[in-house]
Design a protein around this ligand. Structure first.
Ligand code: PLP
Length: 433
């Protein structure tokens, strides 16, 4: 919560300099620490579960580049694959065999994906999936859920309108009301509301898009009943069900949230892990839908760097590494140890706190119970979270710099790393009590 820059801190000097040429000094808003206050750390290098800032301080990293770093930072095999690919050429603007290989791997690992198109960001993946759903159904309306984030395409930057079944309001300046008037924003995990929406306007709904394990309102699990009913309603009314697994894909388990819940969406958006830290994302699903994409179908979508060979090499190597025997058992166990350790430490200090995890993804809540929706999550103790965040940062542990973000564990977060984190938390919770 530095008000004036510390002229001896390289982070402060870099932040002041960055703000001269970049709005807010960052290239993606959450990096700016606006929610927690203070100076963002400028990172110079990373390895395994750690990264180091410009002042040379080491942190245990629980962001993992917001999800991609599942095998740990600078995994030697990923780095080697990137170096080898870069030596062969950075970008061709023509197809490569590597793109076929990663497409085949994605289709094999996520059976609902019969065909896939590579893009460079999760935003592009969801935006293109929406366009495909609208193009395929000839309908305009889309359904999303409050608190789910699907990237920053215009029609998805929407919050709920004033009435339950009224269309949404833009959450960003520059998004015309006209663009979001087709987006209906409903409560997460609210089955009756979803049923009402389909009953009153089901024939006009092109698609429902959902984070089946939500990671953008902290971590919140969908109930199985909610997702199964969503699947039934989409089928009944001919709407396309899109699972946005940009975050949950290959993070909560090998086949993503859809494998955990046993639900087959029509389309899936992927990102983060499939690029292993490089810009690769994808959307895919039923072949009859994907066949509607240009160049063979009427739905247009393209990208100069889509399927970039260097990025694909990082992604493909990461997809191989996560298939090693026991990978997810280990990741899940380590994440559980972290949340159980933190919960016990908070309890010792008498702090209202709970935590949850799915695979290698976790949520920390300064509340008595794990939230089931956006409003409940927002009711958590933000001030206490912010003090916890800064206390941990001082201790050399880097959690997401906002109460409403999930956290990520990598396969390199071993027992010693988790124990060091929990010990630090014990000291910080004692100060918060
Ligand atoms: N969808 C989900 C579920 C996400 O978590 C994100 C980013 O955090 C996106 C889409 C957007 O992805 P990107 O930031 O790569 O555009």
């Amino acid at each position: 919560m530095t008000a004036t820059p510390d002229t001896t801190s390289k982070n402060d000097i870099l932040f002041a300099r960055a703000q001269q040429t970049t709005p807010g000094g960052v290239n993606s808003p959450v990096r700016a620490f606006r929610s927690v206050g203070g100076t963002p750390r400028f990172i110079t290098r990373a390895e395994g579960p750690y990264f180091w800032d410009a002042d040379g301080k080491r942190y245990i990293d629980y962001i993992g580049s917001w999800g991609p770093a599942i095998v740990g930072h600078t995994h030697p095999e990923v780095v080697k694959a990137v170096q080898d690919a870069a030596a062969r050429g950075l970008s061709f603007g023509a197809p490569t065999e590597g793109e076929i290989e990663i497409a085949e791997e994605i289709c094999r690992l996520v059976p609902s994906i019969e065909q896939v198109r590579l893009v460079s960001s999760g935003t592009e993946a969801t935006m293109s999936a929406l366009r495909l759903a609208r193009g395929a159904t000839g309908r305009d309306k889309i359904v999303k859920f409050e608190g789910c984030y699907h990237g920053h395409a215009d029609s998805l930057l929407v919050k709920a309108g004033s009435g339950l079944l009224t269309f949404g309001n833009p959450t960003s300046a520059g998004v015309p009301e006209d663009f979001v008037k087709h987006t209906l924003v409903l409560d997460y995990n609210n089955i009756p509301q979803l049923e009402d929406a389909f009953q009153s306007m089901g024939d006009t709904i092109a698609c429902v898009i959902v984070e089946a394990v939500a990671g953008n309102m902290n971590l919140i699990r969908a109930t199985p009943e909610f997702l199964h009913r969503m699947r039934e309603l989409c089928t009944e009314y001919g709407a396309v069900l899109i699972f946005d697994e940009v975050m949950s894909g290959f993070r909560v388990g090998i086949g993503g949230a859809q494998a955990l819940y046993g639900i087959t969406p029509d389309l899936t958006a992927l990102g983060k892990v499939i690029g292993g830290g490089m810009p690769v994302a994808a959307f895919g699903g039923r072949a009859d839908l994907m066949q509607k994409m240009a160049p063979i179908g009427p739905v247009y979508q393209a990208g100069t760097l889509s399927g970039n060979p260097v990025a694909v090499a990082a992604g493909m190597t990461t997809l191989k590494l996560i298939q090693q025997p026991g990978f997810y058992e280990h990741l899940t166990a380590q994440t559980k140890k972290l949340v159980e350790g933190l919960t016990a430490a908070a309890k010792e200090a008498g702090i209202a706190f709970c935590a949850d995890s799915v695979g290698g993804m976790f949520g920390l809540y300064f509340a008595d119970t794990v939230p089931t929706g956006y409003a409940q999550m927002m009711a958590g103790d933000k001030e206490r979270f912010n003090r916890f965040f800064h206390g941990m940062l001082d201790e050399g542990v880097y959690f997401a710099p906002a109460m409403f973000e999930a956290g990520f564990v990598s396969a390199t977060h071993d027992d010693a790393v988790i124990a060091e984190t929990v010990e630090a938390a014990r000291r910080v919770f004692a100060r918060l009590a």
